[in-house]
Design a protein. Structure first.
Length: 414
């Protein structure tokens, strides 16, 4: 759908610009950091990568941080490092970006979808454990959706029995679980973060995998650099300091020193960014409380902190009302978005035999019919929030079509 924003009709008239659902925050210090890095002798495979990794691990309290070209590469690397492969099942959520699930396909494994918790929209892990579904999986890829930390405690017993637990924290950098940063609490074997421009901090693109395991960290490092392992043998004139070997298939998933220079500069403001996102979220909650027909997202549990990568509201009237609101907001220059279409509804997954998952995931289907992400980023003002809420009120004031008043979602693939 084309985005239409009204232009000023009269001299001096103020017209609001398009308000995206997310936007990076770049400071003069960030620009200087990049300019300085450009003058370094090495702009890739240089010292800034390791400097950024050390700083990232320190901020989260993790043993190791391994930086990748992007978050998807990090997810792929985590699957590889965990030893997941052909014939393995990976328990995961249908409500996420497809990369959370595609990483299982990359290594030849098969996703095993479980339904979501209707309150948090994260994986309903207690139900997955009780039903025995979790016990069938070799690994779990658990997503902290929108930045709300998922409770991983239901999987700790299975983890002790050999399940590999990978947390997709791409929305959750800066969030805390029981007062400890996501990625540093040791609840998962590996946690993956994204440095895309709309995330908590950005490196332009980039990803980071954190772990407390030295072995996993080493496997991740080899995987991102073609599987290369450096070896030298003083007794063999053919195996000098130049020598390397490749025992496993890896990829070129390296991040550059330029990206890490920006990432390091942004990392210094992570706490400020998260505080500002929480400020915007609280502003939304106060103003949305005056509207009927909107459900605000769940607040974090006591002791947890939400990263608020997304602020997802729900329309209990259903899909017709949600679409009506989406189209109204877009026409008004407000960049709402849907996060996400259930992964099993995509053509690739239907072709792989996941046609019947809609019936097994009723809460995911209900979420898909109702959810809409409102703009949220650190630079948003109270005026921006009020503009969004005012347009939501106008959208909700429009009657639903009589024939569609129930707002039902079209059936999923059968």
């Amino acid at each position: 759908m084309a985005i239409r924003v009204r232009h000023a009709e009269n001299p001096g008239e103020q017209v609001d610009e398009f308000l995206p659902y997310g936007r990076q925050s770049i400071s003069d210090d960030d620009v200087l950091a990049l300019a300085t890095a450009l003058r370094d002798p090495l702009i890739t495979q240089g010292p800034r990568v390791e400097e950024f990794e050390r700083a990232f691990a320190a901020v989260l309290g993790a043993g190791h941080a391994v930086a990748f070209a992007n978050g998807t590469a990090g997810l792929h690397g985590a699957m590889f490092a965990a030893g997941i492969g052909a014939g393995d099942l990976v328990l995961t959520t249908p409500i996420s970006f497809v990369a959370s699930c595609n990483c299982a396909l990359y290594v030849g494994a098969r996703p095993l979808f479980a339904d979501i918790d209707p309150d948090t929209a994260n994986l309903d892990l207690p139900s997955a454990v009780r039903s025995g579904r979790a016990g069938r999986a070799r690994a779990c890829l658990a997503v902290s959706l929108a930045g709300l930390p998922i409770d991983l405690s239901p999987l700790q017993e299975l983890r002790e029995r050999g399940m590999v637990l990978i947390e997709d924290g791409c929305h959750a950098l800066g969030a805390t679980r029981d007062g400890i940063p996501v990625g540093g609490d040791g609840r998962a074997d590996m946690t993956v973060f994204s440095l895309h421009p709309v995330k908590a901090i950005t490196a332009g693109e980039g990803g980071v995998v954190v772990t407390h395991s030295e072995d996993l960290a080493e496997r991740l490092r080899r995987f991102r650099t073609h599987g290369i392992e450096r070896r030298e043998d003083a007794s063999d004139p053919l195996v000098g300091a130049w020598h390397y070997d490749i025992d496993t298939l890896g990829f070129n998933y390296r991040i550059t020193d330029l990206q890490c220079a920006l990432g390091l500069s942004q990392l210094r403001r992570l706490a400020t960014f998260i505080a500002e996102r929480n400020r915007v979220a609280q502003c939304y909650r106060e103003r949305l409380g005056e509207l009927e027909g909107i459900i605000a997202p769940s607040e974090p549990a006591a002791g947890d902190r939400h990263a608020y990568h997304l602020f997802v509201v729900r329309f209990p009237e259903g899909a017709v009302r949600r679409r009506q609101a989406f189209e109204h907001m877009r026409a008004a220059g407000i960049g709402c978005q849907l996060h996400y279409i259930p992964i099993y509804r995509h053509g690739l997954y239907r072709s792989l035999g996941f046609d019947g998952e809609a019936a097994r995931c009723p809460e995911a289907e209900a979420y898909y019919a109702q959810a809409l992400s409102l703009p949220i980023f650190p630079a948003m003002s109270a005026r921006d929030v009020q503009r969004v809420v005012d347009e939501l009120a106008r959208a909700l004031a429009v009657p639903l079509p009589r024939a569609s008043a129930e707002g039902k979602l079209a059936p999923g693939p059968s």
